[in-house]
Each structure stands twice: as C-alpha cells, then as structure tokens.
Design a protein. Structure first.
Length: 180
C-alpha cells in the first residue's frame, strides 16, 4: 500500500452497526474535511483518466456526485447524473435492481448520453454492485458504452466488483476493504 492509500484509509471512518446491527459502514465524509486526503483521491482518479478517450462522466446519487463533479470539471468532460427514481426532471428512463430486502431504482435523463459516447461510471463504493449494474444498463440502453466503473472503495467480499466485471465492464477502485 502506498503512503497516499494508507493516509486516505486512515481518514475514512469505520462505523460498526450502522445503519443497522452487523454492518460496518465505511464513512468517506471525513475526506471532505481533509484537503490533503481529498486532493490525493481526486488526483489519483484525474491522473488515471487524464489521457483517456472518455466523453462523459456519469456519477451515482449521492456520494458519487461529490467526486464525479470534480473529475468532470478537471477532465473538462460533461457530467451526467444517475439518481434515485423520481429525482430528475424531464424525460427519464429507469432501472430497478435488487436490494437485500426489496428493490430500488435509479434513473437518468433520456438525453444524458447517446450512441458513441464513452462513459466512466463513478460511485463512492462498490458493495453488491446492484446500483452500478443498474446504471450500466441505463447507459447501455441509451446507446453509450461504459468504459469502466470506478469507485473510491471496493468491498470485494460482497462480490459486487466481480458481478460488474462478469458483464464485461472493467472495475477500478483506489481502496479495498477485505472482510467487510
């Protein structure tokens, strides 16, 4: 682990039994109170995608917005939002996905991306992969290609990154927490 990864990991808070008993929540909000950690995270992603042939950054509601907007600004790319159903105005498409207990849905505006667009999909964390997989479906249904799904944190024991990769979408994360 590099010094930067160690430092950022030291800033992330681990909260046991939140939001329910048995869950160890990885809280990234302290990164936004630490300019050095925020710079390390955003610079790592900016350098990864600086010379890529991406055309759009898509980010997932809500913490994905925080990093995604910085990336889009720094890479001079359009930012498109993947939101919880009912939160976007205008013509939208939506995709349901399974939760541990029940279902949820995400949506995008119908004109967010089009055929030929090459999209980086960004979220703060990959757990079971359901949200990212639903967002990938939306992007593909609009005719665009998901070049990579990226996240600050991966929880590989929950197999979300594996599920995403099985669909042919590469996955990249800065930090992994085994045994999460």
């Amino acid at each position: 682990m590099s010094y930067d990864e160690f430092y950022v990991k030291s800033v992330i808070r681990s909260l046991p039994d939140w939001p329910e008993p048995g869950v160890l929540f990885r809280d990234i909000t302290p990164i936004f109170k630490d300019p050095l950690a925020l710079r390390m995270v955003t610079d790592a992603f900016i350098h990864r995608y600086l010379n890529s042939d991406l055309t759009h950054i898509a980010c997932i509601d809500a913490r994905g917005f925080l990093f995604g907007s910085i990336l889009a600004h720094q890479l001079n790319l359009p930012l498109v939002l993947v939101r919880k159903k009912g939160k976007l105005p205008g013509d939208t498409i939506h995709q349901e996905y399974e939760l541990e207990y029940g279902t949820s849905a995400v949506e995008m505006q119908s004109d967010s991306v089009t055929a030929g667009d090459r999209v980086l999909l960004f979220d703060d964390l990959i757990a079971t992969g359901g949200t990212i997989l639903a967002a990938c479906t939306l992007i593909k249904n609009l005719g665009a290609e998901v070049i990579e799904a990226a996240a600050l944190i991966d929880l590989p024991d929950l197999q979300g990154s594996s599920r995403i990769q099985e669909t042919g979408v590469p996955v990249y994360s800065l930090i992994a927490y085994e045994g999460a």
